[in-house]
Design a protein around this ligand. Structure first.
Ligand SMILES: [Zn+2]
Length: 298
């Protein structure tokens, strides 16, 4: 079966090519997936309505983003102004993760070609993240009764502070973040489980830590779904990452996570998370690894 993939052309909000946030990675990732013959089951994301977004975010902030009147101070924390294209993009990326989660429940695995905006907190966005798609999707599934126990495995190199903030008082959700200790955010918000790695951590040490933790997560309770943030900013060539994983290390990591949960029949919803490089085609190829690995479990 082809992997269920969720995408939308408007994930690309059309930033200038030299913007600190490499927006063109979204269409390039889609091209990379097509070139690899992985885009056989494409689903189109729809914008998440305000009522869904408000499950995870303060109502006034949701209204500010949808109406494009976010205060400048918050826009500065996010890292870009929220105009109509960025606002739509944030709603689409969130709707995409919700759709991917539903597809994962039905098919076992599904991936969004965006998502993983884990720095967006309940009160507001931050760190290139407008809405926290994974937190919204987790709370949606819980509210509908489609899931009763939700696990977030966040392996983006940055700590998942926003997800921890939003899901911290939700006992049916467990947040795990493994990240670079010295990376953004400076002030971390504790996840249910945090593992902080020193600068320069490479494949062997990284995979060893991860391999020890995954069985512990499975032993806690039966998970109805796992949200997997497969950020590639752990890569040695990432501009922001400070860690030192190789392409093979990324592939082994994704294989380890997806294989671990799929072996127990647990649905996995993959989101791409962060990745920063001026060589955007190389970056898109790194993000494509998640889809290559996930296709083996579709
Ligand atoms: Zn990141």
């Amino acid at each position: 079966m082809p992997l269920q993939i969720v995408h939308h052309p408007d994930y690309d909000a059309g930033f200038a090519v030299n913007h600190r946030f490499p927006m063109s990675k979204y269409p390039l990732l889609m091209e990379a997936l097509q070139a690899r013959g992985l885009a056989g089951a494409l689903n189109t994301a729809e914008p998440a309505p305000a009522s869904w977004l408000k499950l995870a975010h303060a109502a006034d902030y949701v209204d500010q983003v949808i109406g494009c009147f976010v205060p400048e101070k918050i826009e500065r924390e996010i890292g870009f102004p929220i105009g109509p294209r960025v606002s739509r993009r944030a709603q689409l990326a969130t709707g995409g993760t919700i759709l991917a989660a539903r597809l994962a429940l039905r098919h076992g695995i599904a991936c969004n070609t965006a998502g993983g905006s884990h720095h967006a907190r309940r009160a507001q966005g931050a760190g290139f993240c407008t809405f926290n798609d994974v937190a919204v999707a987790a709370l949606m599934l819980l509210a509908e009764g489609a899931a009763h126990n939700v696990l977030v495995v966040d392996l983006d190199v940055h700590q998942g502070d926003g997800t921890a903030d939003i899901l911290g008082d939700e006992p049916r959700a467990f947040t795990f973040s493994m990240h670079g200790e010295r990376n953004y955010p400076v002030r971390k918000i504790a996840s249910d489980l945090d593992v902080a790695l020193p600068d320069g951590t490479g494949d062997a040490r990284y995979l060893e830590r991860l391999a020890a933790i995954l069985p512990e997560l499975s032993a806690m309770r039966h998970w109805d779904i796992v949200f997997y943030n497969a950020g590639v900013d752990v890569h040695a060539q990432d501009r922001l990452g400070r860690l030192a994983l190789s392409d093979n290390g990324l592939r082994s990591r994704d294989e380890m996570v997806i294989g671990h949960f799929r072996a127990d029949g647990i649905p996995v919803c993959g989101v791409i998370g962060g990745g920063y490089s001026t060589d955007v085609p190389a970056l898109a190829a790194r993000h494509a690894i998640l889809f290559e690995v996930a296709s083996g479990y579709a």
